[in-house]
Design a protein around this ligand. Structure first.
Ligand code: PBG
Length: 325
């Protein structure tokens, strides 16, 4: 029996071809940026226990990961370094033979087609594990800025194509922009971790780079997960300071923030699908509780639907392979 129903939404869901016709959001390989961890030493490839499938590579072997990405069409990476020696002032971050500098020099030569983004922050390099210089048991904003500026310029000199400051220091984008301009890198884009929450979703990453703070926590500089209007203030400041891309981090639990940032600003919006999001998915899939690939693609699509133009994800190679199918 056919009833008179005013409109039948199911008409356009009848077949795959119709569903593809009316699809509003699409994930593309070009949207994906892959994080890579580099370590000192030779011939090393160490799996991160809390992030199955993610490895720390010595510079002579990181090409294995890059080749796998390139085969799938992912040609954008963000580099994280783990130095052999940490110290109070994170000197490795701005020294010519620092771990990231050496990685950049090698990769720029071997992979000229690759977009090399660097994370500009101190937590992987300091003995105390905080994202800046400590004065009186606190991360000192302005002293940290001076060193962040040196770090960014040093990355530029070694071949970075884009810098991504993640330390949540006030005026970090402005200070880095000035330093880059003064050093002749006025064309170097800044992807700002504009809105970075003090999140427990970073747990597995801190294992990966051994950056758990030795005292206190990061709540004095990273944002309170409760706040959205403050997120917009953070992003607005970064726009005025000269950011080229605004990032929201983490992604899944903060898609409202992504959406609001997209609606408010005209810069490209990135989101960071962080370590905890990656590891939860891997763990549940290992237990046989969810379908890994389907949940992964649904999550990445949701980030795009919320407004992300690009996604930093440890699943980049897997997602790109799935997109090809
Ligand atoms: C800071 C930085 C962190 C992440 C990216 N950059 C760690 C932190 O703030 O503790 C987290 C990334 C992730 O969890 O995947 N250098």
């Amino acid at each position: 029996m056919n009833r008179q129903i005013p409109y039948r939404m199911r008409r356009l869901r009848k077949s795959d071809v119709l569903r593809r016709l009316v699809r509003e959001t699409r994930l593309h390989t070009d949207d994906l940026i892959a994080p890579l961890f580099v370590i000192e030493g030779k011939n090393s490839k160490n799996e991160i226990p809390s992030m199955p499938g993610v490895f720390q590579y010595s510079i002579d072997r990181v090409g294995e990961a890059i080749d796998a990405l390139l085969v799938q069409g992912v040609d954008k990476i963000i580099l994280f370094g783990i130095p052999a020696e940490k110290d109070e002032l994170a000197t490795n971050t701005y020294s010519h033979d620092g771990i990231i500098q050496k990685a950049l020099q090698t990769l720029k030569k071997e992979y000229p087609q690759l977009l090399l983004i660097t994370d500009v922050c101190f937590c992987e390099y300091t003995t105390h594990g905080h994202c800046g210089v400590i004065v009186d048991n606190e991360v000192h904003n302005d002293n940290t800025l001076e060193l962040l500026a040196k770090q960014a310029v040093s990355h530029a000199e070694s071949g970075a194509d884009m810098v991504a400051p993640s330390g949540m220091m006030d005026n970090m984008v402005g200070r880095i922009r000035t330093a880059l301009d003064e050093s002749g890198y006025e064309d170097m884009p800044i992807m700002s971790y504009a809105v970075k929450y003090a999140s427990a979703f970073y747990g597995p990453f801190r294992d990966a780079v051994d950056s758990t703070p030795q005292f206190g926590n990061r709540k004095g500089y990273q944002m309170d997960p409760a706040n959205l209007r403050e997120a917009l203030s953070e992003a607005e400041l970064d726009v005025t300071e000269g950011a080229d891309i605004l990032m929201v981090k983490p992604a899944l639990a903060y898609l409202d923030v992504v959406k609001e940032a997209k609606a408010t600003f005209n810069l490209p919006i990135a989101c960071y699908n962080v370590s905890g999001e990656y590891s939860m998915l891997k763990a549940a899939a290992k237990m046989g509780w969810i379908n890994h690939d389907d949940v992964l693609m649904e999550s990445l699509l949701a980030m795009k639907r919320a407004g992300a133009d690009m996604i930093i994800t440890y699943s980049a190679v897997e997602a790109a392979a799935l997109l090809k199918q």
